[in-house]
Design a protein around this ligand. Structure first.
Ligand code: DQA
Length: 151
């Protein structure tokens, strides 16, 4: 089954490696993307990776994905906690979206334990470090395959 998924990195994730390494690790953004691509190759799927620090650009990309992708893995960064516009975009598109966080958002500042996108995402992965992305990609592929088997 041909599968094309989209991975979206939201604000400040382009600074991985430099940004708060005690929380987000020392590996660079490029290394993370290489690891995601390697995992996608291993699963035999095609994977596009997109990063933006801008809410509207993330929304535009979600809209675009509804036509071209089977599913989305999204780390919306701090937008997770307050962007009703990104939440509405996820709700508007019918493909499954998996919410991802590198850190355990429930074990940090109070404001991070609230996700306004979680209710419209198919599943969430938080706290596995960079592996959160890999686990989300694997889970998304299994979810899409299962849904298509049940058709
Ligand atoms: C994050 C957690 C968010 O609270 C934060 O604003 C981020 C990264 C994570 O991956 O752990 O930018 O989504």
């Amino acid at each position: 089954m041909f599968m094309n998924i989209l991975v979206i990195h939201g604000p400040n994730l382009n600074l991985l490696g430099e940004r708060e390494p005690g929380i987000y690790g020392e590996e660079t953004y490029d290394k993370l993307n290489n690891d995601i691509k390697t995992a996608a190759d291993g699963l035999g799927i095609s994977c596009e990776i997109f990063q933006s620090n801008h809410e509207g650009a993330i929304i535009d990309k979600l809209h675009e994905a509804r036509k071209s992708c089977s599913g989305v893995v999204i780390n919306a960064g701090a937008y997770t906690h307050y962007s009703y516009a990104i939440r509405d975009a996820i709700a508007a598109i019918r493909i499954p979206c998996i919410e991802v966080h590198i850190s355990n958002v429930f074990a940090r500042d109070e404001f991070r334990s609230k996700s306004v996108i979680a209710p419209v995402c198919a599943a969430s992965v938080s706290g596995f470090g960079r592996d959160s992305y890999i686990l989300a990609v694997e889970g998304l592929v299994r979810m899409i395959e299962r849904r298509s088997d049940n058709k």
